[in-house]
Design a protein around this ligand. Structure first.
Ligand code: GLA
Length: 378
């Protein structure tokens, strides 16, 4: 992909360029916990956004998206915000870097990627992290630390894209390391790498192709529910809540908010249980927790959809060790931990049954846990 992007860059802008990349992510467990100060357990994957970039000596950014065949240019002041949603991700990263005292000057760029869009694999975080990393390298001598790069992406979502997301996706995209999952404590930001080699198992995603779109979605509403319950409990986030505390305010919160909080409290513990189980090589426990997460996300948190619940049911029928909806929800993928010897049957059955019911096959996405944001050298 690198050569192709550089070639298109040269045709369009007439100069050489430097190439940067950042990755999409999976999350083994720990969903909707990040903005509640809880734990997440993601890893970067071998699906990237790549950008060829060169400083252009003007005050403008000129961007060409190869995948959309779309062009946009904008200045670097707040009032220069572009209308196009896709360009706002890059504009936001420039602005958030500047707001933190970083330097950004005009540049030309061509970008492309193979992170499936709207599949819940964080294509937007990959785009943000790619540019945050690049601007740090090109204009700021890499002086902005990695957590700040992740926060630049997160603030871009908040301030320019309308999604009140947590830190997980950008963290995974910036910090990702080959063959490792990462447990992040979203309150203290302490993190730990866990080598992930599930001998005899495979990790596979099934994309329902129901478009997952967090902008204007009930995602922000879920966060508001959690914040309301935390306020009622008098704690900063649901990280500090327990089932007992929640039971005590049962009649002070709505039934809906109660169920949202009940899910979050359970999920917080499941991440820790999964990490312990992984260290013992106990994949049965990992899988059981994944199913529990699915049930919680579907019934209590209500971010699933019919198609994802169906894929989860098929996984159970096929004896898949663990399966659940992954990411923000409202469409996208399930993540499945499946024994090698059950893999072929599971994939064939899921394709056939899903197709019979919904008129198209789910997309099978095999992932390799890979490095996060980096400069691409030959
Ligand atoms: C989206 C958000 C993340 C996180 C997940 C759910 O991917 O961007 O911050 O909240 O949903 O775990």
């Amino acid at each position: 992909m690198k050569e192709k992007i550089q070639e298109i860059f040269k045709q369009r802008f007439g100069t050489d360029s430097v190439v940067y990349a950042s990755a999409g992510r999976i999350n083994l467990i720990g969903e909707h916990t990040d903005y509640n100060g809880g734990f997440v357990f993601p890893g970067a994957i071998d699906k990237y956004i790549m950008a060829a970039i060169n400083i252009n000596g003007t005050g403008k950014v000129r961007v060409y998206s190869m995948d959309m065949d779309a062009y946009c240019e904008f200045g670097l002041n707040e009032e220069d915000a572009p209308q196009e949603q896709w360009a706002r991700y890059i504009f936001g990263v420039c602005r958030e870097t500047i707001k933190r005292g970083g330097t950004v000057k005009g540049f030309d760029t061509v970008f492309a990627g193979n992170v499936p869009l709207g599949a819940g694999l964080s294509s937007s975080a990959a785009l943000e992290s790619c540019f945050a990393f690049a601007l740090n390298d090109m204009f700021n001598e890499n002086k902005i630390d990695k957590f700040e790069l992740a926060k630049i992406g997160q603030s871009t979502e908040h301030n320019y894209c309308g999604v009140n997301c947590g830190i997980m996706d950008q963290f995974a995209s910036v910090f990702g390391k080959k063959d490792c999952l990462m447990r992040l404590d979203c309150r203290s930001l302490e993190h730990e790498y866990f080598p992930f080699h599930p001998e005899g198992y495979r990790l596979v995603l099934l994309n329902s192709k129901v478009k997952h779109e967090l902008v204007d979605s009930p995602y922000n509403k879920r966060r508001e529910s959690c914040e309301r319950v935390a306020a009622t409990l008098g704690v900063e986030t649901l990280r500090d809540a327990s089932y007992t505390m929640l039971a005590d305010v049962r009649d002070k919160v709505s039934d809906e908010d109660y169920r949202r909080a009940r899910y979050v409290i359970g999920e917080k513990q499941r991440v820790l249980d999964v990490c312990d189980a992984l260290e013992r090589g106990d994949y049965e426990t990992v899988g059981r927790c994944m199913y529990e997460t699915h049930d919680g996300l579907s019934r209590d948190y209500e971010v699933s959809c019919e198609e994802l619940d169906y894929l989860n049911d098929v996984a159970r029928e096929c004896g898949v060790t663990g399966s659940r909806i992954m990411g923000g929800g409202f469409g996208g993928c399930t993540i499945n931990l499946v024994k090698e010897d059950r893999y072929d049957n599971f994939i064939a059955t899921a394709k056939e049954k899903f197709n019979a019911k919904y008129g198209h096959e789910p997309e099978v996405i095999n992932v390799i846990i890979s490095d996060g944001a980096h400069k691409v050298v030959d």
